[in-house]
Structures are given as C-alpha cells and as structure tokens.
Design a protein around this ligand. Structure first.
Ligand SMILES: CC(C)(COP(=O)(O)OP(=O)(O)OC[C@H]1O[C@@H](n2cnc3c(N)ncnc32)[C@H](O)[C@@H]1OP(=O)(O)O)[C@@H](O)C(=O)NCCC(=O)NCCS
Length: 150
C-alpha cells in the first residue's frame, strides 16, 4: 500500500460511490477542494489502484478555541478494502502535516455509523448531541487534539 497526495478531482469517484451514491456528483465537491492553500487530499493505493481517500481543510469550528484547526472530510474506503488499516494510515500521514502547519486540532462531522472508527484513531465526541445532516443521516461532532505525541 502506498499513500500519495492526490487532487480533489481524484477523490470524487470514491467519495460519490461510498459516501453519497444517492446524490448527484456535485454533492461530493466541497468548498475549497481545489484551493491548495486551504486543503490537501491523500489517497491510499493498492497495486496502483486508488482505494481510500481523505481530505483536510483549514477550517475553524466555533465549538473549539484552538486558533488553527483542520476539518477532516470525505473519509472513504471502497467496501472491499475496508478494515485493512487504510484510513488509519491516511490519518497517520496527515496528522504530522497538519501539526507542521501549527494546527493543534482536527475535527469532523462523524457519521453515527463511523463513530467507532474515529474513536479507534483517537477522536473524541465533542458532546453527546446527535445532529442530522440533510440527505446523509445522523452525525456527531468529534475532535482530536494534535498536541499529543504520535
Ligand atoms: C469508516 C471508514 C472510512 C473506515 O475506513 P477503513 O479503511 O476500513 O478503516 P481502518 O481499516 O483504518 O480501521 C481502523 C480501525 O477502526 C475499525 N473500524 C473501521 N470502521 C469502523 C466502524 N464503522 N465502526 C467501528 N470500528 C471501525 C477497524 O476495524 C480498525 O480497528 P482495529 O485497529 O482494531 O483493526 C470506512 O469504513 C468507510 O468508508 N465507511 C463508509 C463511509 C463513511 O462512513 N465514512 C466516514 C464519514 S464521516
């Protein structure tokens, strides 16, 4: 498995297939996707095939006081490649990059079904309140402090 930096457009097929197949492709194109000052995208490749993606956006959430924060979005692994450590590896590559940008916190709107995954990789629920994202489903706000050693 290899992790590489990819462009936003490289992520769209997997984002769409895994995260929102019931919505138009436009739904998985995010604000600042193509702005290299505001975001970066990582992909995991197996035998040259892109199978897992994650995107990171310089974005502050009002719930957290850290001055510099990143939002994790579009975390998706093709079903046949799940539970092989690919998403964790993408995060292991991303966290030092984010930390080097003087950001001390990563947050995400975690799908209820993926909360267990985020907990495994060190995220914590910001509060207990579940909220709904239209057309997608129930979510929790989660965060991980990057002040810890890793
Ligand atoms: C959630 C998702 C991104 C995880 O990707 P993955 O490549 O399978 O993750 P990993 O293999 O790195 O998993 C790391 C650990 O979390 C566990 N895990 C993975 N998905 C999990 C889930 N949904 N619930 C609980 N634990 C989970 C794995 O078993 C593994 O545990 P281990 O360290 O004890 O072996 C992937 O299942 C997916 O694309 N799901 C559908 C889309 C989605 O919900 N994305 C998140 C949107 S917020």
């Amino acid at each position: 498995m290899k992790v590489r930096r990819i462009s936003a457009s490289d992520t769209y097929q997997i984002r769409h297939a895994v995260l929102a197949p019931h919505l138009p492709l436009e739904a998985v194109k995010f604000l600042n996707d193509d702005d290299e000052d505001m975001s970066f995208h990582l992909g995991a490749f197996i035998d040259g095939k892109l199978v897992s993606v994650a995107s990171f956006f310089y974005e502050k959430h009002p719930e957290f006081s850290d001055l510099h924060q990143y939002q994790l979005r579009g975390m998706a692994t093709l079903p046949e490649f799940e539970k092989k450590g690919l998403s964790s590896e993408l995060l292991n590559v991303a966290f030092p990059i984010i930390k080097q940008n003087f950001c001390t916190l990563v947050w995400c709107n975690a799908r209820k079904s993926a909360v267990g995954f985020y907990e495994k990789v060190g995220f914590i629920k910001a509060d207990k309140s579940e909220f709904e994202i239209q057309d997608i489903g129930p979510h929790f706000l989660m965060f991980k402090k990057l002040t810890d050693a890793f």
